[in-house]
Design a protein around this ligand. Structure first.
Ligand code: GDP
Length: 445
């Protein structure tokens, strides 16, 4: 997955650091050097890497770290904070106009995921009670209008498009007329899909700039494919110079990108990343949280996103019940099973597992994951008595053997499940108390 290698290497660096007590300047330099290499290998732009490592080094050598009970943990904390900073710091939400319609214009290279994102955003806006209108101002690519029509239909959103056959019209006019139409028809939000080229070119930039001038958008979102690698910085700068934008959408974060684009683009352009696009389906869209992305990269686990997604998939009653249980710490194996089953509903189980802490070290298992795992979990839990499900402390050797036999599995399977449940329960408790879970692999420091 995106950031996989980077994440592995940073975790490894910190693991080595952990074996030291006090840190010497040489330890710090060694660590910083490893971080620098890991970032460069992940295609992060050189300027960003230099700046980042200089800050980490300076802070890591400070007295504050020297005096800390656990300097290694302190260094992880510093790296985490600096990562959040280069990812844009605070979360930035979409901004809406005081006087509707809010106009959102999309720009980016062809194939970056603009049209797909337009559909995702329209669907999200619909869900939030808005009345979006999609405008098809990509008249360059023969099939673009058609593709947007398909996406609009899937999203249940209205679309403004030139008449079929008139596809060679003027995109600036289509955009302007579309916004006019939205105003008359009382759409409160407008999403303008614009043309992209395979590479940056002057004509493309001028057209996009003209659309910007003609429609005076509240947001111009630059959509960038996370797989683009080292080219990210040049492309982003070209769009910033040519059209300028107010925010960034990172697409294809579900792919195998090394993550450099994601880590470079906000700090190079000074524009915040607002959304992360994580799949081809219209629901694969997440608001971008710099802090959560940083903990994902450092393999601290993206507990908050996980919980938020779980809440969306649960119905409200269910969510309240779980929240109550978390608060009162009565999270049982039955809840665990229920959650796993709910997760199945959430689509990609792999994606969910990828957000759990410590999973960075379990890449292979993750790739091998199949949903039958849930069936096996279910079989084991079903073989337990209600009392056992409520209290795993009861599970002594003979009970475990009975359960294994009942479920047609081995005692090791049962042990593994219980262990996983206990970890999850512990995590849930920490989160319910508003805390940050322990960093896996770092021990309790
Ligand atoms: P456009 O030319 O900028 O409008 O790009 P499209 O929206 O047509 O997307 C190009 C291709 O990327 C299509 O095949 C999409 O299905 C795919 N795509 C878009 N967003 C994502 C994403 O977040 N993840 C993945 N895996 N594929 C995506």
């Amino acid at each position: 997955a995106t950031f996989g290698t980077l994440s592995d290497r940073l975790t490894e660096t910190f693991r080595n650091l952990r074996t030291k007590g006090k840190l010497t300047p040489a330890d710090v330099d060694g660590t910083v050097r490893e971080i620098r290499r890991a970032l460069l290998d992940a295609d992060v732009a050189l300027t960003v890497v230099k700046d980042f490592t200089a800050k980490v080094r300076e802070r890591a050598l400070s007295d504050e770290v020297n005096r800390a009970l656990n300097p290694a943990q302190q260094v992880v904390q510093i790296v985490n904070e600096e990562l959040i900073a280069i990812l844009g710091g605070e979360q930035r939400r979409l901004q809406f106009a005081k006087n509707p319609p809010t106009v959102i214009m999309l720009a980016g290279l062809q194939g970056s995921g603009k049209t797909t994102f337009a559909g995702k955003l329209a669907k999200q806006l619909e869900k939030d009670g808005h009345t979006p209108l999609l405008i098809a101002a990509d008249l360059q690519r023969p099939n673009a209008v058609n593709q947007l029509q398909v996406v609009a239909e899937q999203a249940g959103a209205a679309i403004y498009a030139p008449e079929p056959g008139n596809g060679v019209g003027d995109p600036v006019r289509v955009a302007r007329d579309g916004v006019e139409h939205a105003r008359r028809a009382q759409h409160d939000t407008v999403i303008i899909d614009t043309a992209g080229r395979l590479g940056v070119d002057a004509e493309l930039m001028k057209q996009a700039a003209d659309i910007r001038t003609a429609t005076d958008p509240d947001e111009v979102l630059f959509v960038i494919d996370a797989m683009i690698g080292q080219d990210a910085v040049n492309t982003a700068k070209a769009f910033q110079d040519g059209v300028d934008f107010t925010g960034v959408v990172l697409s294809k974060l579900d792919g195998d990108a090394r993550g450099g684009a994601a880590l470079s683009v906000a700090s190079v352009t000074g524009r915040p990343i607002i959304f992360a696009s994580t799949g081809e389906g219209l629901d694969d869209l997440e608001p971008f949280h710099p802090d959560r992305m940083a903990s994902r990269i450092l393999d601290l686990g993206d507990i908050l996103t996980l919980i938020e997604q779980a809440q969306q998939a649960f119905d409200e009653d269910e969510a309240r019940k779980v929240a109550e249980k978390l608060a009162t710490e009565q999270f049982t194996l039955e809840d665990f099973l229920e959650q796993m089953q709910q997760m199945r509903k959430m689509g990609s189980m792999k994606k969910m597992l990828g957000m759990l802490p410590g999973m960075g070290q379990m890449k292979q298992q993750l790739d091998d994951f199949d949903e039958r795992e849930i069936d096996r979990t279910e079989a084991i839990i079903r073989s337990m008595t209600p009392a056992e499900r409520r209290n795993t402390k009861l599970l002594n050797g003979s009970r475990r053997l009975r359960i294994a036999n009942g479920a047609g599995m081995t005692v090791t399977d049962v042990n593994q499940l219980v262990q996983r449940f206990e970890q999850a329960a512990k995590m849930m408790k920490t989160v319910a108390r508003g805390g940050v879970p322990n960093i896996p692999g770092m021990g309790s420091m």
